[in-house]
Design a binder for this molecule. Structure first.
Ligand code: CA
Length: 229
């Protein structure tokens, strides 16, 4: 039995049933809501561990649900939407969604995304680790030291800050706006260009094969993700 409780928010009964069937078959506990109002009721009554959220709901836009949840909770939200435009993805990710699946989605992909969330929840459990490890990368927070395969890597303060932001959100796509806001407290166009420069130097310093980046994945026009290795 998986110990996660998942809230499925989907107004389309056939999609909702498919998700319920999938979750049941994989021993996930779940509840369902067919409207925005129903979702808000479920969310406030008994907070689930993860939300699978459709954006096009009859009474509410899913993005507004994300915003209101984020006012009080960091619980993982995976958007599953027919909206496939980058601008829709950006809006959902900027509002605080953790991940985005486009319909029609594959059941295997949904399960894989859930496993990512599950690993993150397990890892971020009580007191956070003093050392972050991802593949060959290690961040020793106490010493503010970064190592790749045991070798210390010198980072500038900005690069270190950027790396810590990715580490804190490993597995999540971070939008350009989100990153520049966190780093510099604003998000000017010019910052996106600066960010690209920082990303290039982080990759040069941290990727074991910079020509085939594995650690940092670019989402063109959206942002970057630190992959879990
Ligand atoms: Ca819908």
């Amino acid at each position: 039995m998986n110990d996660l409780t998942i809230l499925v928010v989907e107004d389309d009964a056939s999609v909702r049933n498919l998700m319920a069937m999938t979750l049941r078959a994989h021993q996930y506990r779940y509840r369902t809501a067919a409207s925005g109002e129903g979702a808000m009721r479920e969310l406030t009554a008994r907070a689930p561990d993860v939300v699978l959220l459709d954006l096009g709901l009859p009474d509410m836009d899913g993005v507004d649900i994300i915003k209101s949840v984020r006012a009080w909770s960091e619980l993982p939200i995976i958007v599953i939407s027919a909206r496939s435009e980058d601008s829709d993805k950006i809006a959902a990710l900027d509002a605080g969604a953790d991940d985005y699946l486009t319909k029609p989605f594959s059941v295997d992909e949904l399960l894989a995304r859930l496993r990512v969330v599950q690993r993150r929840l397990a890892r971020s459990a009580p007191d956070s680790e003093p050392v972050f490890v991802n593949g060959a990368l290690e961040i020793d927070y106490r010493a503010a030291e970064v190592r790749v395969a045991g070798q210390t890597v010198a980072l500038t303060p900005n690069e270190y800050k950027l790396l810590c932001l990715f580490a804190k959100n490993a597995g999540k796509v971070l939008t350009h706006t989100y990153i520049t806001d966190k780093l510099w407290g604003n998000s000017l166009e010019s910052d996106v260009a600066t960010l690209r420069v920082f990303m290039a130097s982080l990759r040069r310093k941290l990727e074991t094969a910079p020509a085939q980046p594995k650690l940092f994945q670019t989402h063109v026009g959206i942002g970057y993700r630190m992959n879990k290795l």
